[in-house]
Design a protein around this ligand. Structure first.
Ligand code: FES
Length: 168
């Protein structure tokens, strides 16, 4: 320890000597490479994976349920729905209707629509999804998967989603 202190003091004076200077440069290079590798790993872990495929939930015994009238779901509008077995959000983008699950893919908390930012916020661990299901940000060690999509259609003037039939 005393040797390390003396070496650091000498280097702080700007007088690292021969072999010590070479070792110092090697050590700092290794440390910088390790920090860069760690930074790259952390950056990778915190960044949502855009290559992760989005699943579509298709129930075995489904039935179409109306969420909102087609006229009410104007371009860029988002509407929540909850049919007990399935909760989610429908939206219109580019004239097409889309639907995603309203359950966080991390541990299953219910997502809340922030109408100002059009984000689906998870109240449990500060994760947010875009209305298309992509992860916007998170503070988890690994990015959660994007939200699954739901089958959705326009029929007889309504936007409908395919949900599991309730048991009778
Ligand atoms: S349950 Fe949503 S981030 Fe953990």
């Amino acid at each position: 320890m005393a040797e390390l202190g003396a070496r650091l003091a000498a280097e702080a004076d700007g007088k690292p000597k021969g072999d010590n200077r070479r070792k110092f440069v090697q050590a700092t290079s290794v440390a910088a490479a390790a920090a860069a590798a760690l930074g790259a790993t952390v950056d990778h872990l915190l960044r949502p994976s855009s290559s992760m495929p989005e699943a579509t939930i298709v129930p075995h015994d489904g039935q179409w349920q109306a969420v909102v009238s087609s006229a009410e779901l104007v371009e860029n509008a988002v509407r929540p729905f909850d049919f007990g077995t399935v909760t989610g959000f429908v939206r219109r983008a580019g004239g097409e209707v889309h639907a995603v699950s309203g359950i966080c893919t991390h541990l299953g908390c219910r997502l809340a629509l922030d109408t100002a930012t059009l984000r689906l916020n998870c109240p449990c661990h500060r994760t947010a999804f875009a209305v298309d299901g992509a992860v916007v940000f998170h503070q988890l060690p690994l990015a959660p998967p994007p939200l699954p999509r739901l089958e959705v259609r326009e029929n007889a003037g309504n936007v409908e989603v395919l949900v599991p039939r309730r048991p009778v």
